[in-house]
Design a protein around this ligand. Sequence first.
Ligand SMILES: [Zn+2]
Ligand SMILES: [Zn+2]
Length: 346
Amino acid sequence: MKALVKFGEADGDVEVREVPEPQLAPGTVLIAARAVGVCGSDIHMWRNKQSWETRLPVVLGHETAGVIAAVADDVEGWAVGDRVVCETAASICGTCALCRTGRYNLCPKRQGYGAIRDGAFGQLLQAEPRVLHRIPDNVTFEQAAMTEPFAVAYNALVERAPVNPGDVVVIQGIGAIGALSLQMAKLRGAGTTIVLGTPVDKERLAKAKLLGADITVDITTEDPADVIRSVGDGLGADLVVDATGVSAALKQGLELVRPLGSIVKIGWGPQPLGFSLDPLVAKAVTLYGSFSHTWTTWERVLELFSTGRLDTATVLGGVYDLEDWEQAFEHMESGRNIKSVMVMPG
Ligand SMILES: [Zn+2]
Ligand SMILES: [Zn+2]
């Protein structure tokens, strides 16, 4: 089958290749991928700037929506033709303290699709039933392909960091995770929402306005600290969401957060920090890391899609064929799209 493969460690070492089809092993199903989202992490891997473990060669893609194409004899409850989305933890140990308590996203032996295990930018994907969720009838494959990044935002702003009605929330970065975090903050009743970007984000900042951002700031022309001082009591943000891929964003976050406020860091950034964390102490700030999601997160996001509580139309910038993957990736990298989705052949 044709699949999009990362094969080397140089910038751009990604191409469409013929690869063997995954096998239907006991305890698994095969999913025919229909629509698969392009993640910021796929762009990082294309540029070889990822800061997580990978296997080479590996089929990229982990934001999967598709149809079950085959079911092993020992699997119950799933049938050929079921419309499904697929979580990203392709395998977990199942026995560690984190797995046993439902926090398998943090299992030390977790192997993710599109990094260690072959992902969904191909025709077929092997999956354990543990990671499957049914797509509601009124949700399209293209929408469903965005369940994963919405689940990332849901985990960060609902399950990890607090947002209370009326809070001032600052979102650093307006890639997909920034845009989806903005929606989650508003669902939780945030008061003023402020989204920060740079000139490359011009179009995406305009989309942030459509998604309900109260204030957008190009940080190269306006100091966000001045903006924050003009909001509410002027003491700063109750919550700062770091949805950038740059370590230095934390320095800015510490400046913008109010005393006793919180920062939730979602974006990865391999660069070492070159600044003092003293403001964290002086302001008694809580810093949360947030990674991935679990079963309930996915069910809740699908419920929010089905009930029309999340805006996927403004987020989805374009739908591309697998052969046009480079365009799909470039349109995200350049800031033209918040999210690109690819449709798989067959
Ligand atoms: Zn993703
Ligand atoms: Zn485990």
